[in-house]
Structure formats: C-alpha cells, structure tokens
Design a protein around this ligand. Structure first.
Ligand SMILES: Cc1ncc(COP(=O)(O)O)c(C=O)c1O
Length: 483
C-alpha cells in the first residue's frame, strides 16, 4: 500500500479527495507536528442559513467524512491498549440526557439526572473482584486511569501529609504528575531489565528515609515465571480454563509490573509497619485482565493496600475514556468535605462527573460477565503468541513477555506506516497490544503489509533492521549482528 490518503493523515478533518504532494506528505508525517494541521473552523451562521439549509448540509457533510475517517482509523489501530470492539447500540437512547454524577456516588445530590445506581453496581463488582467488603469500600467511576492515580496518591498524601512518594522510573507519567501537583517529595526507584521495580533499590531508598511514611505507587498486571490457571472469582465452576502461557504486563511501554508481595516484604524489612505506609496500585493497563489468572501475585485488599485503579476504556472497551477507583472507606474520610450546594460530599478529583460512563461499564459487565472476560483474555494471549511467532518466522526481532498480550518488535522504518497502524514506538522498538478486537485476520493484514514494506526499506542494502537487543535481549533480536 503505497499511498496513504490524506484522510488518514489528518484524522478526518480534510477532504478525502485532496491529493497531497510528496513534499507536503513528508512534512505532515514529522512526529509531533502531524496533527492539528487542519482545523474545522467554527463560523457564524449566515442570516438565511435556516432557510437555505446550507449550514445543516455542510455540517452533515463534515460529520459524514469524520465518521468515515473514524471507521478507517478504528480498523487500523494496533498500538494502544484499547478494545475498540463494542456495541452499545442499546444505549443510544440515553444520549439526549445530561447525566451527571457530581458529588459522592453513595450520597445522592439534588441533581436528579444521574446514574448512581449504575455506578454503585459497577463499583460493587470491582470491590468484589478485589476482595473488599461492601461496607468497607469507597470508590467512584473516574474519567480515566490517570484520575485514579491522582486520586489514589492524593489519599496517600492526605493520610500521610509528610509521606514520600516512591514509584519506579517506568511508572506512568501521571504518577509523577501527581507528585508535582501535590508538591510531594518523590523518590524514583530503579527498574530491572524487565521494567519492573527493583526492590533492592526500593529497600535501600526506604532505609534512607525511615523517618517519613511511605506512599508507594505499584504497577500491577504482570506475573513473571509462573504457571497459570485461571482464577475464577465468585462462584463460577473452577474447571473452565487452564493457561500455561506467559506474563500479563502492565507498565506503559515495556509492559512490566511490580511484584506487590515483594514490595510489601521490603517495606516490612525496612521497618515500615502498616500504619506507616500507603500503597496505591495502578492497574490502568491490564488491571482487568489479570484477575483471571491464578497463582499470580494477587491484587486484593486482603493485602495492606490502600487503593486500586483501572481504566475502563481499555480492556473493557467504551466510547469514552473512563476508569474505576476503589479504596478503603476509612481512608476517604481524610479527603472528603461536605458541600451544601450539592447536598452531597466532595471526595472526587473532578466536580461534574460523566454519568454515561458508568452505564456503559455496567452494560458490558452484565453482558460479558466473568466468563466473557476470561474468554477474551485467553483469546488475546493466543493471538499475541501467534503474532509474535509470525514475526519471528519472518525474520523480525520480537518479544512477548510471559502472559502478555503486548508484542514488542523492531520499529518499522517508515513513520507513515507507523502512523497508519497507530503503533506505539519508543527508540528502536514498537509494540502492538493485542486487545479483544485484534483478530488473526487483522494481524495477518498488518504482517503482509509490513513484509511488503520491509522488502522496500532494505532492498538496496542502505538500511538495515534496527538492533533491539538492549530493549528485548539478544536472543529476541534478529538484527544483522544477532540473528
Ligand atoms: C500503567 C499506566 N498507568 C496509567 C495510565 C493512564 O491511563 P489513562 O490513559 O486511562 O489515563 C496508563 C495509560 O496507558 C498506563 O499504561
């Protein structure tokens, strides 16, 4: 596929028919400069617009083109952990309502167009998943995983105003943003080659700061070197699936996750009793995949953790970004204030809160249930293995962590191709996150295009495949030196 239509490049904001010359195409694909090059200007209606209908027709045309672009972009999306496969047709009837859950999910405000009944239903589901009793948890549906992190860390700060925030270097940027926003002292912990927190460094840094309580961000989701079978919460039959695959991975780029049990052990070894630390678990990425894997270090409130957050729009799939935050009820008091104007309580980061999101989550949880999620996790892992094997067969260096659905491989040599498939790249590596909507057919289509393109990148010998040994290890690298 030689020509990528400008429609793709500009995310629907330009006319499909417009042809772009080579020079412009080059400029357009400069990273960081490739969007916002077009703007759908807002113009004042003409006086006779209502009569002529021109404005309506213009707007309908723009929206139709945008919808086509979205459809195309949805088809060619591989790099981010978003499940784009969902059907919420049954909920379209609700778009005429301004549903807002402002205030506390458990305290009805005077604003009656809300969806708290759905929100609390979803929260109960997650509290059960993470083993916290109904009368012991508090939580809310957030705007995204980032908000969950901001909230979890804020609780930690309110519980321990003098506390130091500890987080591995590979933690999501929202964690460091929280430290800046709350002006907290933040200590970055080294990571292992896999990207997971280096617990020896963690302990050493704890020992240097024994006089101050510890607030720790732990990335959850990855389980290395275990043999897995699926854990089946609630009362589902225990014989459903056996997985003996590999790792579910959780940090943003490498997909690494910290060993929660070891983090707790290091805290104990460094003399931190449970009343002197607060752990926030960032499960944004794969927090909802991992509960279906047994014999892995489990995220549960039976352990001394303070909060867990996940993104709702990732594995679950949702038209709008959203997330879930669960914490212990006794902690949230440290943070909340009564607001007379709302007739509710303020304990969330945001004021107005999206009341549609809980209904979308509630809808999917009801439709799929645990069994549905189990099947999807299994499918993602199978497809990720298939994809990685096909890459290696084709001579492309690739890595797939145990029980991970993130396949890391050599960065394509053409940024236009990277953008066409919306790959996430860092340095010499790119990754594909196999979500439930990424089928074998889609992976094959990608592979065929990649192989075709590759043949042209390397045909005259001027360009060579990148060496990715420092990212994925020598055994996974197939560059000229390591193959
Ligand atoms: C580990 C981790 N934490 C937090 C986030 C932030 O989640 P969101 O994009 O929902 O704000 C991400 C996003 O990918 C992530 O990978």
């Amino acid at each position: 596929m030689d020509h990528v239509p400008s429609l793709v490049v500009d995310n629907g904001s330009v006319n499909e028919e417009v042809k772009i010359n080579k020079e412009k195409e080059k400029r357009l694909i400069v990273l960081g400069r490739n969007i916002h090059t077009m703007c759908l200007e807002v113009t004042e209606p003409d006086v006779d617009d209502e009569v002529t209908g021109d404005r309506e027709a213009y707007m309908a045309g723009v929206l139709a083109r945008y919808k086509r672009a979205l459809t195309e972009r949805t088809k060619h999306h591989l790099g981010y952990p978003y499940n784009l496969d969902f059907d919420y047709g049954a909920l379209s009837q609700l778009q005429h309502f301004s549903i807002n859950n402002l205030g506390d999910p458990f305290i009805e405000s005077n604003y009656g167009v809300h969806s708290r009944q759905f929100e609390v239903g979803v929260l109960d589901w997650f509290a059960r998943l993470w083993e916290l009793e109904k009368n012991e948890y508090w939580g809310y549906i957030t705007n995204c995983g980032t908000e969950g992190n901001l909230h979890g860390i804020l609780i930690g700060r309110e519980v321990f105003p003098e506390g130091i925030l500890y987080a591995s270097r590979e933690s999501h940027y929202s964690v460091f943003k929280a430290a800046r926003m709350y002006r907290m002292e933040c200590v970055k912990i080294d990571t292992l080659w896999s990207g997971e927190i280096d617990c020896d460094d963690f302990k050493a840094k704890l020992l240097q700061n024994q006089d101050k309580p510890a607030i720790i961000n732990v990335n959850i989701g990855k389980f290395l070197h275990h043999c897995f079978s699926l854990s089946i919460p609630f009362s589902l039959p225990l014989t459903l699936f056996i997985l003996t695959l590999t790792t579910i991975a959780g940090t943003t780029v490498k997909g690494a996750v910290d060993d929660l049990d070891l983090v707790i052990k290091k805290l104990e070894e460094a003399g931190f009793s449970q009343d002197r630390f607060y752990i926030h678990c960032d499960g944004a990425l794969f927090g909802l995949m991992m509960p279906f894997v047994k014999r892995a270090p489990k995220v549960t409130f039976k352990k001394p953790i303070g909060s867990v957050s996940v993104s709702g729009h990732k594995f679950v799939g949702c038209p709008m970004p959203c997330g879930v935050q669960i914490t212990r009820l006794n902690y949230v008091n440290a943070l909340s204030r009564d607001v007379e104007y709302l007739a509710s309580r303020d304990a969330t980061i945001m004021g107005s809160r999206n009341g549609h999101a809980p209904i979308f989550l509630w809808y999917t949880l009801n439709r799929k249930g645990y069994r549905g999620f189990q099947k999807e996790v299994q499918k993602c892992l199978r497809n990720a293995h298939y994809f990685k094997d096909r890459l290696v067969e084709a001579g492309i260096g690739a890595m797939l962590n145990e029980l991970s659905s993130t396949v890391v491989f050599e960065r394509p040599h053409d940024e236009e191709f990277v953008r066409r498939w919306q790959l996430a790249c860092k340095g010499n590596i790119a990754h594909v996150v196999v979500m439930p909507n990424i089928t074998i057919e889609k992976l094959n289509e990608f592979l065929n295009e990649l192989l075709e393109k590759r043949a042209t990148w390397f045909q005259d010998g001027k360009d060579q495949p990148y060496c990715i040994s420092s990212d994925v290890g020598e055994k996974n690298c197939l560059c000229a030196l390591h193959k």
